[in-house]
Design a protein around this ligand. Structure first.
Ligand code: COA
Length: 372
């Protein structure tokens, strides 16, 4: 058995941003047009007028101030309200591979490795731009990596589930050096015309290199334990899939984009996550007061504050539980890895932390790491 370690990590951040104010202007223009177009039905009580969104609500309900996106023009066009992403030909890299490659390049540089030294690529994300061939295999080819690759989807928990799969393979010796990438084009599966959720998501890609600790070229985080759990729930759901193309499903259907019952998610996921982390710590013989840092999934600030408090048994200091949510919004599986990548460099040898993601499924994954 080999000790697996994270030896590199990286974040690809799209160039375009949308502030809450910009988002609200576009949404409200769309809602006003919709209300005008349906004025008669609204007056007769046959339709409900759309409410206006507000930047103050978004900030107080979620902690989000800004999001990065691959295309803002389409999202902010009240006549369109979804990104304009150029369809790629089969002979050029896909958009997810391109985003992942940028993050992977940064992670590999940090690990002191090149693509040819990788023998496992996992593309773990909540939506994939095509069914097959796997995006991971395209990334494997573009990197010049060997071995094999595969895609996996556990929604917002994809990154930690991917890390568990890679760490287990490194531990057993079936692979030597793995790359786990999380390219998330959340702007493509968000319903930007739904006031209750139009502010939630942003786009990003993250990557981590996992290899044998004794082969690390530089600083590393040893992976002391991973734990994944799932429990079925319909409270976060997206029915989009290849069956969408059948004749009876061609019309615009709300369930073909991200849907959630946010209040229920909030209430049901919180106890699940804090119990999961505490159970994992106890089984590894770790105590919460030994944790220098919690890198949590980034969906909602209040939610993270609650989990941090439950796990530590006290209010976490801001540096103990860093949020990136204000800048990136919810980036699905990538959120906890952005937090880890941007807020782990200051830890000293021996410092311990937990990476934890949670979301649709329900699903929750935790990775206990210590700076070596
Ligand atoms: N602007 C202004 N008002 C809005 C609004 C907007 N964009 N969206 C909703 N409102 C209104 C609602 O209509 C409601 O009004 P009412 O009280 O008159 O009915 C009020 O604000 C509260 O809305 P609600 O949706 O209940 O807000 P909330 O406080 O529960 O916050 C979430 C919403 C989504 C931010 C929160 O529930 C959450 O974060 N849940 C967990 C999400 C999560 O983790 N999901 C996982 C995704 S991977």
């Amino acid at each position: 058995m080999y000790q697996p370690a994270i030896t590199g990590h990286g974040v690809f951040t799209p160039r375009q941003t949308i502030t809450n104010d910009e988002l609200v202007v576009a949404f409200n223009a769309y809602a006003e047009r919709w209300n005008d177009a349906h004025a008669e039905a609204i007056a007769k009580g046959e339709a409900e007028a759309m409410g206006m969104s507000s930047a103050a609500f978004i900030l107080s309900a979620s902690g989000i101030e800004n999001r990065y996106v691959m295309d803002k023009s389409g999202v902010l066009d009240p006549d369109r309200m979804y990104p304009s992403l150029r369809p790629r030909s089969d002979d050029e890299p896909g958009i997810m591979a391109e985003m992942a490659l940028d993050a992977a390049g940064k992670a590999l540089a940090m690990a002191g490795r090149d693509g040819a030294e990788i023998d496992l690529v996992i593309c773990a994300a909540s939506n994939h731009e095509r069914a097959y061939p796997a995006i991971a295999i395209e990334i494997q080819k573009l990197l010049g990596a060997g071995g094999f690759g595969f895609d996996m989807n556990v929604a917002c928990s994809s990154a930690t589930f991917g890390i568990q799969a890679a760490a287990d393979m490194v531990r057993s010796g079936s692979v030597r050096r793995a790359l786990v990438v999380n390219p998330e084009i959340c702007s493509g599966h968000l319903e930007w015309r739904d006031r209750d959720c139009h502010f939630i998501f942003g786009d990003v890609a993250t990557a981590v290199v996992i290899e044998r600790a004794d082969e690390a070229q530089g600083a590393r985080f040893d992976i002391h334990g991973t734990r994944c759990a799932t429990e079925f729930s319909n409270n976060i759901r997206n029915n989009n899939g290849f069956l969408r193309r059948t004749r009876d499903q061609m019309e615009d259907r709300r369930d073909m984009q991200f849907m959630q019952n946010g209040r229920k998610v909030f209430k049901e996921v919180l106890p699940m996550v804090s119990a999961h982390i505490l159970g994992h710590l106890a089984d590894e013989g770790w105590t919460a007061d030994q944790l220098r840092r919690l890198w949590l999934h980034q969906a909602n600030k209040t939610m993270n504050d609650f989990i941090g408090k439950k796990v530590l048994g006290r209010e976490p200091a801001p540096e103990e539980q860093p949020n990136i949510l204000q800048d990136y919004a919810n980036t699905s599986s990538a959120g906890s890895i952005i937090a880890f990548s941007k807020h782990s460099g200051d830890l000293a040898p021996g410092d311990r932390g937990v990476i934890c993601s949670f979301g649709a499924g329900y699903s929750v994954g935790s990775v206990l790491v210590a700076r070596a």
